[in-house]
Design a protein around this ligand. Structure first.
Ligand code: A2P
Length: 269
């Protein structure tokens, strides 16, 4: 495996950037793929945070924000990405193979972290598309289960094939020797599609508003007295879900001022 010092790039590695090797790549659809890279020993992050990543293909590489999809105890780092045909980064990134180099800035940050929420009983993680990535990290973090009794992860995509990453993730979490024990009977995955006919259809906003989410899961409606919410997806989705939960009385939290819900825009370009 290449180490940072052995990376052969025509361009110098910028200061404050780790050069890491791609370990594996998995393509889900023509729009989505995941990949794993080696983890620098010094890299620490909180589950749910994002980092800036790029490729060593230019003097000034293009960096984009990517949520870390792996839990903080993992020896590798996982990301879940969209493929944008003309995207300045993803048009190249989608072609990576094991052994290639990916650049990662040293500092992680973000608001989709447990520290930004006040204590609660149930945690709802609402995601669309690649917005599931930070939750991929959080549902595999023991702290999530120390802080919440019930964890509901919702994932909505246009088509069924786009839901596969979330389904795999859920299976992995419940079958993991450590996390499985914590997640058993407490973690629920709720997936839906909007453009392909499947047994469960609809935008999450509709499924919350018409009560189908609660009816399907057999749970009490969202309530700021006992629930906390994390939201990650497109800007339009964030705004709509935020408006719904604010209407219910939820207050937005941050690292500086923890509260009832937090939002983060999923990576798009
Ligand atoms: P739809 O197919 O009705 O647009 P995208 O791939 O465009 O990021 O969308 C991912 C999922 O998010 C799709 O199922 C899409 O539904 C849904 N979505 C898009 N906009 C919103 C919104 N404002 N509120 C809730 N869901 C949304």
């Amino acid at each position: 495996m290449q180490s940072a010092a052995e990376v052969k790039s025509a361009f110098p590695i910028p200061a404050g950037v780790h050069a890491e090797s791609v370990v594996s790549v998995k393509h889900y659809t023509d729009r989505l793929f995941s990949f794993r890279i080696t983890r620098p020993q010094s890299f620490r992050f909180r589950s749910g945070e994002f980092v800036m990543i790029g490729l060593p293909n230019a003097e000034k590489p293009v960096f984009r924000a990517y949520s870390v999809a792996s839990p903080s105890w993992d020896e590798e780092i996982e990301f879940f990405s969209i493929k944008v045909p003309d995207g300045p980064l993803t048009s190249h990134l989608q072609k990576i193979v094991p052994g290639d180099t990916v650049l990662m800035r040293q500092k992680s940050t973000g608001t989709l972290v447990l520290d930004a929420l006040t204590p609660g009983k149930r945690l709802f993680m609402i995601s669309t598309g690649t917005g599931i990535a930070p939750f991929a990290s959080l549902i595999r973090d023991p702290e999530t289960y120390e802080k919440f009794e019930q964890v509901v992860l919702t994932h909505t995509c246009r088509e069924e094939a786009e839901l596969a990453y979330g389904v795999e993730l859920y299976e992995q979490a419940v079958n993991d020797p450590l996390i499985g024990e914590l997640a058993a009977g407490r973690l629920t995955l709720y997936s839906s599609t909007t453009r392909e006919e499947t047994p469960r259809m609809g935008r999450i906003t509709q499924l919350i508003e018409n009560g189908k989410l609660y009816a399907d899961l057999g749970v009490e409606p969202l309530d700021p007295a006992q629930d906390r919410v994390m939201i990650c997806g497109s800007m339009a989705m964030l705004n709509d879900v935020k408006a719904i939960v604010e209407d219910m009385g939820f207050e937005e939290g941050s690292n500086a001022k923890p509260a009832d819900f937090v939002v983060e825009r999923a990576f798009v370009g």
